[in-house]
Design a protein around this ligand. Structure first.
Ligand SMILES: [Zn+2]
Length: 499
């Protein structure tokens, strides 16, 4: 059902902008292409509204030390509640720790686009840049006043506490794995259940007296995103229509929060290399169907899409390891669960996790979606294939069984993912050529080379098992890559090369 733009909305919004322009100026945040956990949902259905469980707390003293709280984590088809310990966490002015410097709720952003301009162009400004969102309502800092307490599940407090718990775990594991001397990622702003509105003018509406055009408001829902510019992690709300149908929510997932935190780790480690590539974030899809921003020239687009898929692969690996490398931690997640279990070799519906040449073309923006059940125009799909491939390689390198991964095994695989991404981004940055079209071979060669270099280095230095035959392991890895990424036609992975 279409929700036509209502007059009340318009008046409210005008009133709001007037109020705001009298005081401080409204901030714009560069939300052009934030890395998100899934393909963005831009929905006409309004988000579910949430409430503060403890409104009196917000004007009061807050909690000097938060030691524990009830949080939720996905296990199988639904999240389970548990009491989780917090470290170095306080809430005097705002809920904060080493991971999150500021927690806010009620943030609201808006932008106006034109449906008539066509897919991919709707939200571009006259110079071809994607429109930023403007702050429409300033969020408030969120305080917690009750220690060791079970806040109602659908309160701002509960959402913030579950999110923070999973972020804290991801950060702790990262710092333990990366070792001493690692630069800690700077603390983030955690924006809980922010409203991101896009008003689309000239939208076709079926009226009682025939079709007409009007303005509709769409919302970003059912997702999380990391905004590098604002150093902000946003938990988007869910659609009102969906709320009662779901067993649980994205923010109750260790995998999801660690996935987003991995984008922050990625940027902390690789900002220099990424900047060389002209990349600071990845393409966000426009409209209701997969469509790409037209503001980027074609040649650069392929580079951006490839880097996007690699960043998603890395984030899925980190998410999976931070969630204990357990399939049950991911499997039940709404919309994305079955596709994103790193160890699964198939997408939902049985389509194999394989990156064919056709799928690669779809990813890079050079082809329309074929009869694939999975949308490879979405960087998360190719990311899932690459994550599965890399995890198989890590298991082979460490000679570990896939089932029942030990804590030590998880730590080794997390470290391999970090090292792989360090090597990959360096190679990708070095292969950049200004404004030129990169052939598929050039575009994929950093992936091929990084796999080989990682394997060689690991087998020479870290394998720690004299029984391991490096030649045999390398052959097995070669077979894995040829199985999973037939689009990679570079020696030694080319079809006519023998592994
Ligand atoms: Zn992501």
């Amino acid at each position: 059902m279409l929700m036509p733009w209502s007059r009340t909305h318009l008046i409210t919004l005008m009133g709001l902008s007037l109020t705001l322009s009298c005081g401080r100026s409204r901030r714009e945040i560069d939300t052009t292409m934030p890395p998100s956990v899934a393909k963005p949902v831009l929905s006409l259905a309004p988000p579910l509204s949430y409430e503060l469980a403890d409104p009196d707390c917000q004007g009061g003293a807050g909690l000097a030390q938060l030691t524990a709280s009830e949080v939720r984590s996905w296990q199988g088809q639904a999240p389970e509640a548990q009491l989780a310990e917090f470290t170095n966490t306080s809430s005097v002015d705002t809920l904060n720790d080493d991971t999150v410097a500021l927690t806010t709720f009620g943030d609201s952003y808006q932008r106006s686009c034109d449906f008539r301009r066509g897919q991919g162009l709707r939200c571009l400004d006259p110079s071809g840049r994607e429109l930023m969102w403007r702050e429409a309502a300033i969020g408030k800092s969120l305080k917690i006043c009750r220690d060791r307490f079970a806040y109602p599940r659908r309160s701002y407090e509960a959402v913030a506490l579950s999110s923070l718990h999973h972020l804290q775990s991801a950060r702790n594991l990262y710092l333990a794995v990366a070792g001493p001397g690692t630069k800690a990622p700077p603390p983030l702003r955690l924006s809980v259940l922010a409203t991101f509105m896009t008003d689309l003018s000239h939208y076709p509406i079926k009226g009682d007296d025939g079709p007409r055009e009007g303005t509709v408001r769409t919302y970003v829902t059912d997702n999380l995103a990391y905004f590098p510019d604002a150093q902000m992690l946003t938990v988007f709300p869910i659609r009102e229509s969906e709320a009662s149908l779901l067993n649980g929510y994205f923010w109750e997932s260790a995998f999801v929060l660690a996935h987003e935190y991995a984008h922050h780790i990625d940027l902390t480690r690789h900002a220099g290399a990424m900047a060389t590539l002209g990349l600071r974030w990845q393409p966000m899809l426009h409209g209701y169907e997969a469509g790409l921003t037209a503001s980027v020239p074609g040649s650069q687009l392929a580079t951006i899409r490839m880097a996007g898929a690699m960043a998603e692969a890395f984030a899925d690996l980190v998410g999976f390891y931070a969630a204990g490398a357990k399939e049950e931690a991911v499997i039940g997640l709404p919309y994305i669960g079955r596709d994103r279990v790193v160890t699964y070799d198939k997408f939902r519906g049985g389509s194999p996790k394989v990156l064919t040449l056709e799928r690669l073309d779809t990813l890079l923006g050079g082809a329309k979606m074929g009869d694939d059940l999975i949308d490879f125009g979405d960087i998360h799909a190719s990311g899932a294939v690459i994550a599965h491939t890399l995890d198989r390689i890590f298991l082979e390198l460490t000679q570990s069984p896939q089932q029942s991964r030990t804590v030590e095994g998880i730590s080794k695989h997390f470290k391999l993912a970090l090292t792989f991404m360090d090597i990959y981004t360096d190679l990708a940055a070095a292969s950049r050529t200004d404004g030129q079209d990169l052939s598929k071979e050039v575009l994929l060669s950093p992936l091929s080379e990084a796999i080989q270099r990682l394997s060689t280095d690991y087998l020479a230095n870290d394998a720690g098992q004299p029984a391991t035959d490096p030649v045999k392991v390398k052959r097995a890895i070669c077979e894995i890559v040829r199985d999973q990424i037939p689009a990679l036609t570079i020696p030694p992975f080319a079809e006519d090369n023998h592994c």
